[in-house]
Design a protein around this ligand. Structure first.
Ligand code: MLT
Length: 391
């Protein structure tokens, strides 16, 4: 058999591909599975967006190759969205790039800057794609531990000077996956100062920027002084508009970084389907009332999860944002053994925290992107099989 390339030999199956395998195996054993695993909104894409897509799909102009950087009208809509949201001024021609989902942009940015021997600073726990993109580019990731005692924020002063010297990219992600932690303006100002002092590009993944609770509105690092000069922000229609299946997102910010990412992308993909971009414009500039309704649904589910777990013995605070509850595992369990236990005994899939990195060990992640009644049922089953827990 033809030998795999070294970089693929070291590549683990994607976290949720692994979890899908476990779900299939449990179902084959006759277990009735409820998945609180992947963060994939159960709420439908708003009707105005679907209707726009249905009309645009008939336009023959959209049936040809899309423009590489994305339709200018989509990039203008992105710039307008940022202006309305936080007063950020962006040049749609040079400071915005359309992506086929932010996952590909996050993976490809390392190809723009990482040579063998270079370092990307990545959060641990963190979305696996930060590290995998860097690894595929031949670089090394330095894991910045996100610890509860630091509010799940990285401590830049703790990164060894020799690592900082080799670092080219700094990945950040707030509201955070998997911890649901949030970052304030002071943190982003610190990150910008650190990045500028050390010639490092910030890549901020803002996929959960629209999901805040109890009146909390997540901050964009592009809103900070010097933000636009310090790097780029990835944003996506996936979570804000329930469009994970549509694969539409963007990167915005520093123009030379946007240009580099566009150069890589234009050589390996041909842009997002233009009918999807047209629907994306409707999402960004059309009625936004769906967002408040969606946040209310997630907030209710957050309360259900936190209150049910606290009733079993956890002592969780309610997260302010994102679609996850990050919870320590009870005494005597690891992340994996607890996830296995809950799957075997309750038929409930949770994501083991170590799937997001070594610092995620000792935690599980529960997603709120599941029908509220099914969520209640999953929690009832967990309570029946666990009783009360100790830590
Ligand atoms: C998650 O659940 O962490 C993400 O939604 C998964 C992904 O984007 O692949």
């Amino acid at each position: 058999m033809t030998e795999l390339a070294e970089r693929i030999k070291n590549l683990p199956p994607y976290l949720f591909a692994r979890i899908d395998g476990k779900i299939a195996a449990a179902k084959a054993k006759g277990i009735d599975v409820i998945s609180l695993g992947i963060g994939d909104p159960d709420l439908p894409t708003p009707k105005n967006i679907v209707d726009k897509m249905a009309a645009e799909v008939h336009n023959p102009a959209h049936h040809q190759y899309p423009s590489y950087a994305g339709m200018l009208s989509f990039r203008q809509a992105v710039a307008e969205w940022h202006r309305r949201r936080g007063g950020v001024e962006l040049d749609p021609q040079t400071e915005v790039l359309t992506l086929i989902g932010s996952k590909e942009g996050i993976a490809h940015i390392s190809f723009c800057y990482i040579n063998p021997g270079d370092v990307a600073l990545v959060p641990d726990p963190g979305y696996p794609v930060y590290e995998i993109g860097c690894m595929l580019a031949g670089g090394e990731s330095y894991k910045m531990p996100l610890l509860a005692e630091n509010g799940f924020l990285p401590v830049f002063e703790d990164i060894p000077a020799a690592v900082v010297k080799r670092a080219k990219l700094l990945f950040l992600n707030y509201p955070n996956n998997p911890t649901s932690a949030v970052a304030d303006g002071a943190f982003f100002r610190k990150a910008i100062a650190f990045a500028q002092a050390n010639d490092i590009i910030i890549c901020h993944d803002a996929a959960y920027s629209e999901i805040g609770f109890d009146g909390y509105k997540p901050v964009s690092f592009l809103e900070m002084p010097g933000g636009k000069e310090a790097g780029i922000e990835f944003n996506s229609l996936s979570k804000a508009y329930n469009m994970t299946g549509w694969r539409i997102a963007w990167a915005a910010g520093r123009h030379d970084v946007i240009r580099a990412l566009g150069t890589v992308k234009s050589n390996i993909d041909s842009g997002a389907f233009q009918a999807v971009q047209a629907a994306g414009i409707e999402a960004l500039l059309g009625p936004q009332d769906n967002i408040a309704r969606m946040c209310a649904v997630y907030q209710e589910r957050r309360d259900i999860v936190v209150e049910a777990l606290n009733g079993m013995g956890w002592r969780l605070e309610k997260p302010k944002a994102a679609v996850y509850v990050w919870a320590p595992v009870p005494k005597g369990f690891t992340s994996e053994s607890f996830a296995e236990f809950v799957l075997e005994k309750a038929g409930v899939v949770v994501t083991p925290g170590n799937g997001y990195g070594a610092a995620g060990e000792g935690y599980i992640r529960i997603t709120l992107t599941i029908d509220t009644e099914l969520l209640r049922e999953a929690l009832r089953r967990m309570e029946d099989s666990l009783g009360s827990v100790t830590f």
